[in-house]
Ligand binder design. Sequence first.
Ligand SMILES: [Zn+2]
Length: 329
Amino acid sequence: MQPLTDQLLHCALPDLPLPAALHPRWLAEGVLQLMPENARRAVVVSAGIHGNETAPIELLLELLAAISAGSLRPDAALLLVFGNLPAMRANRRYLHHDMNRLFGGRHRTAPRSHEATRAAELEAVTTAFFDHPGTPAGDRWHLDMHTAIRGSLYPQFALVPYHTHPYSPAFFDLLAAAELDAVVQHTQAGGTFSHFVSEQFQAQSVTLELGKARPFGQNDLPQFAPTGRAIRALITGAALPARQKPPVRHFTVAESLIKTSEHFTLNLPDAAENFTCLPPGYEIAAQPDRRWIVSDTARHILFPNAGVATGLRAGLLLAPGAPHLSLPE
Ligand SMILES: [Zn+2]
């Protein structure tokens, strides 16, 4: 295990030396604000909102180590967020409640839990960061890094929250430079951290799914290197690395499979990968009061999971293309 991972898991990160010119300040446990003079943009980078999604946590620790060593010199106001520390220590997705369903104030009506308290805290520190007089108002970004539970035909992809403000061409350039394989546009509001930051602060905010979750120290870190390089370019103002892969594929969420019965079933093998294309007319899911049939246009399944609690999303059906892609006029 890397020493810095050890420090993170033992709450010892605040002892890390950091350049005084960045005015480092821990706003909460696992939340570091860096505020260089005359910052050009504001960037939130978060990982570990799900505690067992270790590779992005290690990527964020690498960035932190490089900043500490002085080899990475951000000229952006930065908020680095390690999301769910107790879940990381327990190597679990969450302790009581999926934190990435509790943002946008949903923590207030959810049952009391560690995750509800932490989601409220992360909303508060994110607000404090964007309200800071040193944080530029016009150029706001948020990358919330995750790994997926199952395999994926497109191994690395972005989930763009539903938004009504413009997402810039520079944002899509960043996703391309990060070598993401696909971009999925949400069409409904959600309780994710990225949705909250997008809506609340009109930020270019996105959830990144960067591969499959593995235990600390067992991740294939080279797979995550392009994302790391793109983040470094974003926070230093350097040119984005050139894309090596084929063009990014775009999808739009056409339908959410919401499980409202204990007797919900999903007609899909356990090994089916994200983005699997299903035949039109196929019954993908059923419960006593309804059946979900695959349409001609929305044939790709994402995040199928019959095991979610009732009331939650058991999968998404995607249509190819990006009809809701909003660009500045
Ligand atoms: Zn996650």
